[in-house]
Ligand binder design. Structure first.
Ligand SMILES: Cc1cc2nc3c(=O)[nH]c(=O)nc-3n(C[C@H](O)[C@H](O)[C@H](O)COP(=O)(O)OP(=O)(O)OC[C@H]3O[C@@H](n4cnc5c(N)ncnc54)[C@H](O)[C@@H]3O)c2cc1C
Length: 483
């Protein structure tokens, strides 16, 4: 450890320059210091540039339901922003269908469509042949939102006699939610294999608190209509999305810099935190004292930094938090217009579960004559990466050929890998209790948690912007200043 050097006292220190940390300092005054361990800002919203290609840290797009964030987008990007209709597709059974699977069945083999429709009907009304539907044996006696479509239909308003509606409790886990909402066919042919591939753990181990608004819910009529004719328009919360015209997704977060009044320090990794003494120590030996700390760094990392100052209950709770990592294999292909889609989901046996196509989000992400593809592969202690380096790259290329995106004649201008150790937090059944244990203890020491991996919440960047704003307001309140 280098010699320690005590630096001038700061009223507020913000740890981490991802969207939450940048938003926090943006909303605070000039007596704020932002410490970021990387040499660039942006956290999970960074982009890299190589040989004329721009690749994001996994596919990122802008969408929000929040009016404040929509205004913030204009502040951050000005006219470097464009909006477009989403072209999100699924490749399965050797055909492309629109996302969401359950709202765009047209084009799938007829047997599959039949299974999906019958399953969806049975999930709503009970087995056609009078037997009990899968998973409904676990259902108790209260009426709930059987289809999770926001509508509880009382039996008296239902034309068909619907015994299952009278014994339809709320789903206890993500797997039950899938079966109860969409039925066996849609579960079997997309939602179960895709989500198992992405999450790497049994879906029964996950709760449903994170789903709110994330999974497009369509009703039975929409499911049936979607099987009869092609669906021409995208549906769901991000059917229209924004993306920076130039600079990749990074441009959005870089847009904070001209507006920040405090100080931003890069290459400033926090290696030790003393809540008792209100001090953070950096890897280079500098020590900063603060009145209030806003932390946006991953919760398990923060707790590790506190070493034995954290009580055993807090250490154990942090060790029990579960997450999924993502490895991106970026391919810069020497051929233009490989696909017109923005991203594609792969529920079957490709190594990647999704490919993102930055060059269709903005043409400036590709050099002339080139086309970038980002293959996203999830891994975890429960499903380690089967290959690394060259072998992983070769497997991605082979799978791209297998699904018809690349040909054997294609050549690469460039290829690289980006690793995201903290990618998706897992909403397992112990998450809420563990997070509360840690958060409550930290609050007693004027440490405010903010952001996706700090609050351990399934936030997108718009939620992280709002989390940073909330944290700034809480810090200003504690310090007795206007934010
Ligand atoms: C695969 C994937 C796809 C996504 N797609 C989208 C999308 O389409 N749209 C969208 O809006 N969002 C998307 N997101 C979510 C988005 O990336 C996150 O919401 C956002 O990055 C969270 O911001 P944050 O500031 O909370 O955390 P982060 O971005 O992780 O920022 C935390 C910062 O803390 C720094 N740090 C960590 N440890 C230390 C330390 N010891 N000392 C100092 N600094 C430290 C990190 O380097 C980092 O810069 C996606 C995420 C993933 C994984």
């Amino acid at each position: 450890m280098p010699d320690k050097m005590l630096m001038p006292h700061m009223r507020c220190v913000v740890a981490g320059a991802g969207p939450a940390g940048l938003s926090a300092i943006y909303h605070l005054d000039n007596e704020t210091l932002l410490l970021e361990k990387n040499s660039t800002i942006g956290g999970g919203c960074r982009s890299i540039e190589e040989k004329g290609f721009t690749f994001d840290y996994a596919g990122h797009i802008m969408f929000t339901q929040d009016a404040y964030v929509r205004k913030l987008y204009e502040v951050l990007l000005g006219d470097n922003l464009h909006w477009q209709n989403r072209e999100a597709w699924i490749y399965s059974k050797e055909v492309y269908t629109r996302y969401p699977f359950q709202g765009a069945l047209y084009g799938l083999p007829s047997e599959i469509i039949k299974e999906c429709i019958i399953g969806a009907i049975e999930a709503k009304f009970g087995k056609i042949d009078g037997q009990v539907a899968k998973n409904s044996d676990k259902l108790a006696n209260k009426i709930n939102d059987c289809c999770a479509d926001g509508v509880v239909e009382p039996p008296e308003h239902t034309a068909i006699s619907a015994p299952s509606l009278r014994c339809c409790p709320a789903p206890q886990n993500f797997e039950q939610f899938i079966y109860k909402t969409w039925g066996e066919g849609i579960a079997k042919h997309f939602l179960m294999p895709y989500n198992k591939k992405l999450w790497t753990i049994p879906l029964t181990a996950m709760d449903t608190s994170w789903l709110n608004g994330r999974v497009p819910i369509c009703d039975l009529t929409e499911i049936i209509e979607s099987a009869l004719k092609p669906v021409s328009k995208p549906m769901g919360p991000n059917a229209v999305f924004g993306y920076p015209l130039r600079g990749g997704f990074q441009a959005l977060v870089t847009g904070f810099l001209p507006h920040i009044k405090g100080k931003v320090e890069l290459n400033a990794e926090i290696v030790h935190l003393s809540p008792r003494n209100r001090r953070v120590t950096l890897a280079d030996g500098r020590v900063f004292e603060y009145d209030v700390l806003i932390s946006t760094i991953p919760l398990p990392e923060l707790v590790k930094c506190m070493q034995d100052e954290a009580p055993e209950t807090v250490i154990r709770a942090a060790q029990d938090l579960k997450r999924i990592s993502i490895r991106c294999v970026n391919l810069g292909v020497a051929r233009e217009n490989i696909t017109d889609k923005h991203w594609i989901y792969f529920p079957e046996d490709t190594i990647f579960h999704r490919i993102f196509v930055q060059g269709n989000a903005s043409p400036h992400c590709n050099p002339p004559g080139g086309f970038g593809l980002t293959c996203e592969i999830s891994y975890s202690p429960w499903k380690p990466l089967p290959y690394d380096g060259e072998a992983l790259l070769n497997r991605c290329i082979q799978d791209c050929i297998n699904v018809g995106l690349l040909t054997r004649e294609d050549t690469l201008i460039t290829a690289n890998e980006v690793d995201i150790p903290y990618a998706y937090i897992v909403h397992d059944h112990a998450r809420q209790k563990n997070v509360s244990t840690i958060k409550n203890w930290l609050e007693e020491h004027d440490i405010i948690l903010s952001g996706r991996y700090s609050e351990w919440e399934y936030y997108n960047s718009d939620h992280a912007f709002l989390a940073g704003k909330r944290a700034a307001e809480a810090a200003a309140f504690k310090l007795g200043i206007g934010s």
